[in-house]
Design a protein around this ligand. Sequence first.
Ligand code: G3P
Ligand code: MG
Length: 234
Amino acid sequence: MMLCIAHRGARAERPENTIAAIELAIKQGADAIEIDVREHQGQLIIFHDEIVDRTTSSRGELSNFSFEQLRQLDAGNGQKIPILGEVILSIAQRVPLNIELKDNASAPLVLACIEDFVSKGWEYKDFIVSSFFHPLLQSLKQQQPQLAIGALSAGVMVDYAAFAQNLDAVSINLCSDSINQAIIDDAHQRGLKVFIYTVNDIREFEQFYQMGADGLFTDYPLKLKRWIELKSKQ
Ligand code: G3P
Ligand code: MG
């Protein structure tokens, strides 16, 4: 059955990319959690934008804040901006974590962080690393072949999912705006999963399910899980 991947956590009900959003998504039965990661002064912060205005109590560019200042901001409902290690500890292997790399500098730090957790009992299958920046994924895969890679794209390529196969990815993570049956079928023929973002509408749940999507990123994990449950009983 199609997987429910919580997009930045249960983003519709809790502040995105926070521990509260992740906890609620797991409670609601999400099959996996997606978060956005950026490098900031040597630390891995969980944050989508390059400016803080939309998701915190403050204003300005990330680069104008020290790491300590960022950690003091209110990321919504009193939540703090988490770092990657905190998220991994809080999930505690209950579901896989999709770490989306938002910048170049995060890549080596994310690999080091994952390897550190693997040395402490986590498994590579607890993680999938995705990015729109494919050279980063290629480099990570070369350094650690056991790491699962998700190739993000927001367009339709001439050779469909070939780029993801060339990266030795496990999945092609596509924008819902650029989905057609040909790219889904092509990905499946190459042995790739197809995950689609960001899907919040029941009509789209049905549409992408009928097209053969393997998973949907959603801001509403409870809504999608309920829909999947009903569908599986039909
Ligand atoms: O990983 C899927 C999705 O999160 C990619 O776009 O902008 O929501 O990070 P964005
Ligand atoms: Mg993302």
